[in-house]
Design a protein around this ligand. Structure first.
Ligand code: ARG
Length: 280
């Protein structure tokens, strides 16, 4: 079918995927046994088989898109370990380890460090609390860094030094969106989608100035963790329930790839939370 759009417009909306390398951790011991965010209610049962099936479908989606997925060995007693994004931040082959806010997840940090060391990376152990890519989002050459609930603002400077990238600090204000990756989706090196209301007025201003073309998600789409998305520059893997956001990103030339992660949502996580990107 010939496009009715002028060539210049079409070119601007054609998106190119680049192959990615991810680390994921199977939800073998996944459960909701404590409450460290408003999504987690230990009285609501978790269907572990369903969680595993949903997670496997997410991994298969990445493989079908041509990406590499390495696995981290799950450990008993760490029910949130499936949320691999929180374990480290990797930019240009430099690895900043995580340091978790809550004792329930503290031991995950060492498992990630060990994995990266075994894979031949030089790793830096964090001095300040940072929850990996939950709060440190790489957008092109900069890192957007969240604080307010988990990551210590002092960790932003540490991340800038260790990762060798400028960092833009943003303050989260709504406990439902406790990690930056629940309030901002990185679509490519210059494009983001976000929920303005999740940020302090000053941080909203910074985002608006830095990304004047940012896609604004509806509260309804953000409330199903629609912004917890993983993009390869063209395909955007996001929670299936975020139908409005899928349309918005499609209008910008991205290809939405919906996945159902409803069991993992019971712990306050989605696709991005399960996916740690290794940027060599
Ligand atoms: N239950 C986990 C926690 O509260 C969910 C982590 C979600 N991860 C993320 N990258 N947002 O720590």
């Amino acid at each position: 079918m010939t496009s009715v759009l002028p060539r210049s417009v079409r070119a601007a909306t054609e998106r190119r995927a680049t192959p990615r390398h991810y680390v994921m951790c199977p939800p073998t011991y996944f459960d909701v046994t404590y409450t460290i965010n408003p999504w987690m209610d230990p009285t609501v049962p978790v269907d572990k088989e369903r969680a595993m099936a949903q997670w496997s479908a997410l991994r298969d989606t990445y493989l079908q898109l041509g990406h590499r997925v390495d696995l981290l060995e799950p450990l008993p007693g760490l029910p949130d370990m499936v949320f691999a994004a929180n374990g480290a931040t990797v930019v240009g082959g430099r690895v900043l380890g995580a340091r978790f806010r809550h004792p329930q997840r503290a031991a995950e940090a060492e498992a990630h460090l060990a994995w990266f060391r075994a894979a031949g990376f030089t790793v830096v152990e964090a001095e300040y609390v940072n929850e990996g890519e939950g709060d440190l989002l790489v957008v092109g050459d900069v890192v957007l860094a969240g604080s307010g609930f988990r990551t210590d603002p002092a960790a932003h400077r540490e991340a800038s030094i260790v990762l060798g990238r400028p960092v833009i600090s943003l303050e989260l204000v709504d406990p439902r969106f406790y990690h930056l990756d629940t309030a901002i989706a990185v679509l490519d090196d210059t494009t983001i989608a976000w929920l303005p209301a999740a940020f302090s007025p000053a941080s909203q201003e910074i985002v608006r100035r830095s990304y004047p073309d940012a896609i604004e998600a509806s509260p309804a789409d953000a409330e199903v963790l629609g912004l917890n998305a993983v993009s390869d520059g063209r395909h955007v893997v996001l929670p299936a329930a975020a139908t409005g956001l899928a349309e918005q990103i499609a209008e910008r030339g991205f290809v939405p790839v919906p996945v159902d992660l409803s069991e993992l949502l019971k712990a306050g996580g989605g696709a991005k939370c399960c996916t740690l990107e290794v940027r060599a």
